[in-house]
Design a protein around this ligand. Structure first.
Ligand code: 4AD
Ligand code: MG
Length: 462
């Protein structure tokens, strides 16, 4: 007999039919006449109730059917009397695949804290909460590919190992095969990278953008979607050492086109999960965040406010609010400032533009004022920065001057400058942090809970 996934079992035409389901036991309860098992197979947040008639099965048969054990059950699908259930399976036979000793199974009880589950990251996908999160994550990834594919963008695979530092922050993980206990040195006492695997220093990428620009200035519009690595010692609920970033890059887009795309893109993603992950979103809303669905709908139905950094600073100053980091023109905005603008002042997502050039990366298009660059950050309620991007400096001489001013080694940048030397065009792009968007759509409070296996300082176990 062919197995039916639990997600497909709630179809009215299956009532009265014989079915075979396979999954893991969430709970077992009952009395001396009948036992009820809630079975889940990961295909949906919903469990199917299996009814074991103790006229047919003995207590002994069911002894090993405990929380966490795995089963195949054959039986008849019938309409259910129990409230909240549409149907259940009257068991006729079952096979126990594997036991889960109640004395040692870590997820024996319900209602664990998120902190506890982080310690059990190898098993937490089996919980209802993480099942919901991981299914939403999968759908959201699919939505992203769908959005760009339908717009005629090409998916470009940029390298994970790179010789250049895109964001200039220096927080990179080095990649080397040099023996750490016996590092080869040159005559002048420096590390001899000619002996290293790539013959030069290499690191894990902090962004695919620079290579993305090579693609955009050839294919017109590309996007990347891949792992990104940052070796910052950040312990905030919004930072990971390994996260996923989506980076579209478009020839012939100015900053306004860029903002329009960013807004359309995140709205598409939010609408997609509301349409395709309704059960999971409702589950998370019910258990963690009653405001989740109204908040998602609010973002969908409102235009994002667009203003300059300078205007933003004026608003923060005039607010009279006391911030931990005092507000003055030139500061790198902290999450407290971003969230004040979004949650208290405008009560809407905000796109902030034209930041001081000193706090932004070298590649951003310089404004005529000599002080600001054509940056755009999208700021979201509860999250703060969800997207960072800009129009790019397309002028060879201006870009070169900025690279020299910041002492970025030319040996790392000649290939990037060639895009401006040969057939340069106005172009723009941005980066969306996939897990930041996941935080927003799931209502979770900590970024470690929206990625299957979080990497943070001191944590790379499994
Ligand atoms: O603002 P960032 O650093 O921008 C870039 O890397 C550009 N090269 C993007 C581009 O223009 N193509 O990062 C972009 C986004 C942030 O807005 C944030 O959502 C996310 O990536 N992000 C992180 N997410 C999780 N953990 C971290 N440590 C993150 N750092 C950035
Ligand atoms: Mg940024």
């Amino acid at each position: 007999m062919k197995r039916t996934k639990i997600n497909d079992i709630f179809a009215p035409e299956l009532i009265g039919q014989k079915v075979l389901v396979k999954g893991w036991v969430r709970t077992r309860r009952g009395n001396k006449n009948v036992q009820f098992v809630a079975l889940n197979d990961g295909s949906t947040v919903r469990n199917i109730q299996i009814v074991f008639d103790l006229g047919k099965f003995s207590e002994d048969d069911l002894k090993a059917v405990t929380t966490g054990s795995s089963l195949a059950v054959e039986g008849t699908l019938v309409e259910s009397m129990g409230k909240g259930q549409t149907c259940e399976i009257q068991a006729e036979s079952f096979e126990l695949y594997g036991t889960a000793d109640p004395a040692t199974y870590p997820l024996q009880k319900k209602g664990h804290t998120m902190e506890f589950l982080r310690e059990k990251a190898h098993l937490r996908p089996r919980t209802a909460t993480f099942g919901a999160i991981l299914r939403i994550r999968s759908s959201l990834a699919f939505a992203i590919h769908k959005f760009f594919n339908e717009k005629g963008f090409f998916y470009l695979h940029t390298p994970l190992i790179t010789g250049s530092d895109c964001e200039g922050a220096g927080a990179m993980f080095q990649v080397t095969t040099l023996p750490l206990n016996n590092i080869p040195k040159t005559e002048t006492g420096e590390i001899d990278y000619s002996k290293d695997f790539f013959g030069k220093p290499a690191a894990l990428t902090v962004s695919g953008q620079l290579e993305g620009e090579l693609g955009a200035t050839a294919l017109g519009a590309i996007y990347t979607f891949g792992p990104t690595f940052r070796a910052e010692r950040s312990f905030t609920p919004r930072h990971l050492s390994e996260f996923w970033m989506i980076e579209p890059e478009m020839a012939f887009y100015d900053i306004n086109d860029n903002m329009d795309l960013a807004e359309e893109f995140v709205k598409f993603c939010i609408q997609y999960v509301l349409d395709h992950c309704r059960d999971d979103i409702e589950f998370l809303a019910e258990h963690f965040d009653k405001e989740l669905i109204p908040r998602l709908e609010f973002v969908l139905h409102n235009d994002f406010v667009r203003l300059t950094y300078t205007e933003g600073i004026d608003i923060l100053k005039a607010s009279g609010n006391k911030f931990e980091v005092p507000v003055e023109w030139g500061i790198d905005l902290q999450s407290e400032h971003e969230r004040f603008l979004v949650e208290k002042h405008f009560k809407k997502p905000v796109i902030l533009t034209d930041y001081p050039k000193d706090i932004k990366a070298f590649y951003m298009k310089q404004n005529d004022d000599g002080k600001t660059v054509r940056a755009m950050d999208v700021l979201f309620p509860t999250i703060g920065e969800i997207i960072g991007g800009s129009e790019r400096e397309a002028d060879y001489n201006k870009l070169l001057a900025r690279i020299e001013e910041l002492h970025i080694p030319m040996k790392d940048m000649w290939w990037y400058l060639d895009t401006r030397r040969f057939g340069t065009v106005p172009h723009s792009g941005f980066g969306l942090g996939f897990e930041r968007l996941m935080l927003f759509v799931t209502g979770m409070a900590n970024i470690r809970d929206v990625i299957p296996f979080p990497r943070t300082p001191n944590n790379a176990d499994f």
